[in-house]
Write a protein that binds this ligand. Structure first.
Ligand code: ADP
Ligand code: ZN
Ligand code: ZN
Length: 747
């Protein structure tokens, strides 16, 4: 007899671990505890409480400590983590613990995290004596004394900001009886009241379409999935803001979760939310993304967990935030591949949002100008309610005109293109600069040139560790591998034949930046890509320059394509899009279409007419024709029809087993053994196992990669057989790593 707890810990095993529980206060499900694991102490989550255990008494160890500062995670949250673990073929601990901020997962930091800060108060004796006791020049000390005189209780950290030696000083003043410590008090969370929404700026008058959308969302009862399909600039954000305002006003304790695909979009959203919900205190709107410092991450997570944060704004990881009063979820740009986590737990935040909304019986809004075909298909079947915004919200703003520049025709007519920029695009850029309007040039390739090669012997610069070319980076004067980070200096001559005429082929953002500076003289050109924004905060600074009008032409990768509300951009040029037309990945055209609609959507948002020029060799390709008609619906329906004929998602469900070995043979061998060990479940629908194949870029960092695709018309059959397969997979050897990805995006 005794008390036992079953604890989830962050281990790659789909089991809970039993521990004896002998601490004074009773255990609670959802509580964080410290437990011995192997030779270490780790933090775990109590998932069950029992009065017996199957583990032999001698092998059972005891819970070392419990985290009393942190309220237990709710059963609903544990159920969400369990679902994610189950669906994505992981252990509960592997999902639950990484979802917590680092500070909570380290028991040695609990005390500090939840300790209440000492505060100090001035006593009458101090009030009388202190001013005279301080030397006139002791400015920092005087500031301390002033702060004490003005504050009912001065926190030590605030005091330290005024004087680095505040702590020593206070010890002295305590001894003299000038000040006293104030009984500690934890600030009550959730004391933000119902005062909502009272932004300073007048609210825009909603368009009819926006009003209908808000009404539908606000009127929803229980689980209600919405697809908010709105063209770029149709004011989807305004719909979210109104829907949230209605809900948060009606229910003073309700919480809302808003997901955005990219960290760079959080500041724009945060500003909009703070401005609109000005009555909320700072800590009731919190952000959650990988760019936060650890302390802030912990504070924000706890604010969500205690319920004091009313709005959580975050990237995909925020879908697993603990929000006990969660009442609505918004997923903006739901089609964005960034919602899929590509390592560790390979989850889709969008799909988990749907599950979570269903579990909690609340509305969920998926917004996009180009919904994923998975979502579109749900709406077509009537499972999601479609809300449509067909027009731009700003009265005079129309969707931009999309025109194709036929590169072949340009060439045949002998019209000059300069280093990849066609004449009509250069002319259009010049016109914009003259008019003082902004332009945006988009190409999805960073660096100067993707290939550096020798004409004489055919040598091509490659990465020694990967089966990939090394990309030429001119400003950094380096060859870089975009897959493993390998870097070297640019050779002055061909390493094979000594020829000094080695030349870059193709172009990336750096080269286009250089070309633009020479063909559009006087233009202020700015490049935004992963290279120009490596330093923390630099992306934000660069985007501010664009908004402030200090840039004429912005060149960049998909970083500039998404969600930004650029008010002065009237021209968008697209280079190099053709490469994605003939990809072997069946989702490539869907992605390209979405990307081009998104980037086109940056033009003409504020009323000045916008224009999009796409350079292509295939001006009659169906994708471009649909694009020039701004015809998402036509594109989506014809692509869905193709997918149905070809038996591809969303009409079938897929999972991918990937293996990494020291050799390709090892990786393929592992997958072949795995395939042989795969047993279809009796009575269940068919699961097809395809042949193991090498990845397109087979070698990365000296590791060889291969994959095995599984497919079924039944999600349940696929799920069940994957689960049954796990023990066999775990027993196989011979590779460095393997993983199973459910609903893979890159096939
Ligand atoms: P989307 O996310 O649909 O691309 P946004 O939410 O960024 O569009 O809105 C585009 C622009 O329209 C923003 O500048 C926004 O302030 C403005 N806007 C939105 N709704 C209205 C409205 N009802 N009246 C006037 N302007 C609006
Ligand atoms: Zn050579
Ligand atoms: Zn490499």
């Amino acid at each position: 007899m005794g008390l036992f707890v079953r604890v989830a810990v962050d281990q790659p095993m789909p089991v809970l671990f039993d521990y004896r529980y002998a601490l004074p206060d009773a255990p609670v499900v959802g509580m964080l505890v410290q437990v011995p694991f192997g030779r270490r102490e780790v933090v775990g989550l109590i998932c069950e409480i029992a009065d017996s255990s199957d583990v032999p008494e001698g092998k059972l160890r005891a819970v070392t400590a419990r985290c009393d500062g942190c309220a237990p995670l709710s059963e609903a949250w544990i159920a969400l983590a369990s679902f994610a673990a189950d669906y994505y073929q992981r252990g509960l601990g592997e999902v639950a613990l990484p979802a917590l901020p680092q500070a909570l997962r380290d028991a040695s930091r609990w005390n500090r995290l939840f300790a209440v800060e000492p505060r100090f108060r001035l006593l009458p004796q101090g009030r009388a004596q202190l001013p005279d006791a301080l030397p006139a020049r002791a400015i920092a000390l005087r500031r301390l004394a002033d702060a004490l005189a003005n504050e009912p209780a001065l926190a030590l950290s605030d005091a330290r900001a005024l004087h680095p030696k505040a702590s020593v000083t206070f010890d002295d003043w305590l001894a003299r009886g000038w000040i006293e410590t104030v009984a500690a008090r934890v600030e009550a969370p959730g004391a933000n009241g119902p005062a909502l929404p009272t932004g300073a700026a007048p609210l825009p008058v909603l368009t009819d379409e926006q009003r209908d959308a808000v009404a539908a969302i606000s009127g929803a009862q229980g689980f209600a999935p919405f697809l908010l399909h709105g063209v770029t600039g149709s004011g989807k954000t305004e719909v979210y803001l109104h829907a949230l305002a209605a809900l948060l006003t009606a229910r003073p304790d309700a919480q809302a979760l808003v997901l955005v695909p990219e960290i760079n979009l959080t500041p724009q959203f945060e500003a909009a939310f703070r401005a609109r919900f000005a009555a909320l205190t700072d800590s009731s709107i919190v952000t959650m993304h990988s760019g936060l410092a650890e302390g802030e991450r912990a504070r924000n997570w706890l604010a969500a967990h205690t319920g004091s944060a009313r709005i959580v704004l975050g990237t995909r990881l925020a879908i697993l935030a603990s929000m006990p009063k969660l009442a609505i979820i918004v997923v903006d740009e739901e089609h964005d591949p960034a919602y899929k986590q590509q390592e560790g737990l390979r989850y889709s935040a969008r799909d988990l949002a749907i599950y979570r909304a269903k579990q909690l019986d609340i509305p969920v809004v998926l917004g996009s100008a180009t919904p994923s075909l998975e979502t579109w298909w749900q709406a077509e079947q009537g499972r999601y309610t479609r809300l449509t915004l067909t027009r731009r919200a700003v009265a005079e703003a129309a969707l931009p005109a999309v025109k194709l520049i036929d590169l072949e025709e340009e060439r045949q007519r002998g019209r000059a293109s300069v280093d990849g920029l066609a004449g009509p695009l250069i002319a259009a850029l010049k016109t914009r600069v003259e008019r003082g309007e902004q332009s945006l040039v988009f190409l999805n390739r960073r660096g100067y040139a993707p290939i550096l090669s020798c004409d004489a012997c055919g040598w091509v610069a490659g990465c020694p560790r990967c089966s990939a070319y090394a990309v030429l980076h001119k400003p950094e004067r380096a060859l870089r591998c975009h897959h493993c980070g390998w870097e070297s200096r640019i050779p002055k001559s061909c390493p094979d034949c000594g020829n000094i005429d080695i030349a870059p082929m193709g172009r990336g953002t750096q080269r286009v930046e250089e070309t633009l500076a020479s063909v559009v003289p006087g233009a202020r050109v700015l490049r935004i890509d992963a290279d120009s924004t490596r330093r923390k905060g630099s992306a934000q600074a660069l985007f501010s320059d664009v908004h402030a009008g200090e840039v004429d032409i912005l060149v960049g990768t998909q970083m500039i394509a998404k969600g930004h509300d650029f008010r002065r951009v009237t021209l968008v040029g697209v280079l190099n899009a053709d490469t994605a037309l003939f990809s072997h990945d069946f989702r490539a055209s869907e992605r390209l279409f979405a990307q081009l609609i998104q980037v086109s959507g940056r033009a003409g948002r504020a009323g000045l007419p916008g224009e999009v020029l796409i350079q292509t060799r295939y001006p009659r390709h169906a994708l471009y024709l649909a694009l020039s008609r701004q015809d998402y619906v036509g594109f989506a329906n014809s692509t869905l029809a193709e997918r149905r004929d070809a038996r591809l998602p969303p009409f079938v469900y897929q999972a991918m087993l990937r293996a990494e070995g020291r050799t390709l043979e090892a990786a393929l061998g592992f997958l072949e053994q795995a395939a042989a060990a795969f047993a279809p479940l009796p009575g269940a629908d068919r699961v097809t196992v395809y042949d193991a194949v090498p990845l397109t870029i087979v070698k990365v960092f000296n590791v060889h990669r291969a994959q095995l695709l599984l497919e079924s018309a039944s999600r349940a059959a696929l799920q069940a057989s994957l689960r049954a397969w796990q023990p066999a997979l775990r027993s196989l050897k011979g590779v460095l790593r393997w993983n199973v990805e459910v609903d893979p995006l890159d096939v």
